[in-house]
Design a protein around this ligand. Structure first.
Ligand code: PLP
Length: 437
C-alpha cells in the first residue's frame, strides 16, 4: 500500500490560535514537549479526535501514535469510556468524599497487580512518584534515593537532579529552582547497570531509602531492561534494606494487564501508575505492600492529600477502560498489530539502509536514529536528532503523528487498524529515504 500524497500542510487557523497561545500561555503550551522545539515548526493545534485519528484546527487528519503520551490504549473517545464519563457527569463531577467507584477501580488494580495490596489515587504521575518516595523515606528512615539517567518520574524536585549530565554527578541541581541540598539526595546510575547501583549502596551504607526505576524505560525512547537487571535491583534493595519502586506510569496496563512487574516476575515494594488507568482523564496512583501503605495518612503519619483525588469522572473512565482491557485476547491482538508495525519498520530499515534501530516491546516502539544498540541514556543521546527532526516532519506531512522528540515511544492503540499500520509503514519508508538526503 502506498502512502497518501504528502501535501504541504496548510494550517492558517492553527497558526492563528497558536499565536494567541504564545501571548497567554508559556511557550504557547501547558507541557514543554508539546511545543515542537526538538523538531521545529509549530505544534498541531487539535480540534478533535476519534479512534486512532486526530484532526487539527484546519481539518488536517493524522493517524495518532502519541495517544496522549500513552494514556489512550483504546484510542480516542472510545464509546464505553465516553458513555461512562457522560453518565457520571450527570451525577456530579466531584464530591470530595468517598465513592464506590474508587473501590471498584482500586479492586481492579489490585487484581491486576497483586503487589498493590493497597492503593491511593492522586491526580498525576508526578504526584504518585513524589508520594511514593516520601513514603519510602518515612518507612526506611533514610533520605537518599537512586534513580536512573534517562528515566522520567515526573517533575517534582527530587527527580530533576537529572539525567546523565556531569552536574548530576556533582549533586548540582540541573534545573534552576531545585535546591542543591535536595538534589544531593538523588543518586544517579546508568540504566541497565546494576554494578553501578551496587557501588552506590556500598558508598552510602544505610542511607538509601529506595531505588526508583521504569521497569521498561520509555522516556529516553524505549529501552528494555537487560536480562537480570530488574532481578539485580530487587536483590540489591532487599540486601540493603531499601525499597524498590517500579514507576509503571507508562508500562502499567500497557505491556500486559499486570504491567512490567507481571512480565518480569519481579515484585516491587511500591508501584506508581498513571496514564492508562485514567483513560485520558487526570488520574494516577501509588500502591504497594499493606504495611507500607498503612503508614500514609489517615492510618499513619505520612501526609498526602488531594482535593480532586479519586475524582469520579476519572474513576468511571478508568473502570470502563480496564474492563475492556481485561477481555480475553485484548493484549494479544494489540501486540499482533504492533508487531505488524515493528516488522514493517524493520523491513523499511533494511530496504532503505537507514542507519537507525527499531526497538519494540508490545505496543511500545521507538525508532532510534543510531546504528548501535541503545542500552542507556548515554547511548540514546548519541542519536542523530537532526535526522529525526527531518523524519518527523516528513511523517507529519504524510498524516502520521509521532511524538515530536527522539526520546519518546510510539503508542499503538486498539483503535489502530491493519490498514492504518500499513499506511504508516509506507510513510516510514518514504520518510526514511527523505531523512537520508
Ligand atoms: C508520564 C510519566 C510520569 C509523570 O506523569 P504526569 O501525569 O505527567 O505527571 C511519571 N513517570 C513516568 C514513567 C511517566 O511516563
Amino acid at each position: 500500500m502506498s502512502s497518501p500524497k504528502p501535501k504541504k500542510l496548510n494550517r492558517p487557523r492553527s497558526q492563528e490560535i497558536f499565536r494567541r497561545a504564545l501571548d497567554v500561555l508559556v511557550g504557547g503550551v501547558n507541557s514543554p514537549v508539546r511545543a515542537f522545539r526538538a523538531v521545529g515548526g509549530e505544534p498541531i493545534v487539535v480540534d478533535r479526535a476519534a479512534g486512532a485519528r486526530l484532526w487539527d484546527a484546519d481539518e488536517n487528519e493524522y493517524i495518532d501514535y502519541v495517544c496522549s503520551w500513552g494514556a489512550l490504549i483504546l484510542g480516542h473517545a472510545h464509546p464505553n469510556v465516553v458513555q461512562a464519563i457522560n453518565d457520571q457527569a450527570r451525577r456530579g463531577t466531584s464530591y470530595g468524599m468517598p465513592t464506590e467507584l474508587e473501590v471498584e477501580l482500586a479492586t481492579r488494580i489490585r487484581r491486576a497487580l497483586p503487589s498493590c495490596e493497597k492503593v491511593r489515587f492522586v491526580s498525576s504521575g508526578t504526584e504518585a512518584t513524589m508520594s511514593a518516595v516520601r513514603l519510602a523515606r518515612a518507612a526506611t528512615h533514610r533520605d537518599l534515593i537512586i534513580k536512573f539517567d534517562g528515566c522520567y518520574h515526573g517533575h517534582s524536585d527530587s527527580f530533576l537532579s537529572e539525567a546523565g549530565s556531569g552536574l548530576a554527578t556533582l549533586g548540582i541541581a540541573a534545573c534552576p529552582g531545585v535546591p542543591q541540598a535536595l538534589a544531593a539526595l538523588t543518586l544517579n546510575a546508568p540504566y541497565n547497570d546494576a554494578a553501578a547501583v551496587g557501588k552506590l549502596f556500598a558508598e552510602n551504607p544505610n542511607k538509601i531509602a529506595a531505588i526508583i526505576v521504569e521497569p521498561i524505560a520509555a522516556n529516553m525512547g524505549l529501552v528494555p531492561p537487560a536480562d537480570g537487571f530488574l532481578k539485580s535491583l530487587r536483590e540489591l534493595a532487599t540486601r540493603h534494606g531499601a525499597l524498590l519502586i517500579f514507576d509503571e506510569v507508562i508500562t502499567g496496563f500497557r505491556v500486559c494487564y499486570g504491567g512490567a512487574q507481571t512480565l518480569s516476575g519481579i515484585t516491587p515494594d511500591l508501584t506508581t501508575l498513571g496514564k492508562i488507568i485514567g483513560a485520558g482523564l487526570p488520574v494516577a496512583a501509588y500502591g504497594g505492600r499493606r504495611d507500607l501503605m498503612d503508614q500514609v495518612a489517615p492510618l499513619g503519619p505520612v501526609y498526602q492529600a488531594g482535593t480532586l483525588s479519586g475524582n469520579p469522572l476519572a474513576m468511571s473512565a478508568g473502570i470502563a477502560s480496564l474492563d475492556l482491557l481485561a477481555a480475553p485476547g485484548f493484549y494479544e491482538s494489540l501486540d499482533a498489530l504492533a508487531k505488524r508495525l515493528g516488522d514493517g519498520i524493520t523491513s523499511a530499515l533494511r530496504e532503505t539502509a537507514a542507519p537507525a534501530t527499531a526497538v519494540r516491546t508490545g505496543s511500545l516502539l521507538t525508532l532510534f536514529f543510531s546504528p548501535n544498540p541503545i542500552k542507556n541514556y548515554a547511548d540514546a543521546k548519541k542519536c542523530d536528532t537532526k535526522r529525526f527532526a527531518v523524519f518527523f516532519q516528513a511523517m507529519l506531512e504524510r498524516g502520521i503523528f509521532i511524538a515530536p522528540s527522539q526520546f519518546e515511544a510510539m503508542f499503538v492503540s486498539s483503535a489502530h487498524t491493519a490498514a492504518d499500520i500499513d499506511r504508516t509503514i509506507a510513510a516510514f519508508r518514504e520518510s526514511l529515504l527523505l531523512s537520508a538526503e
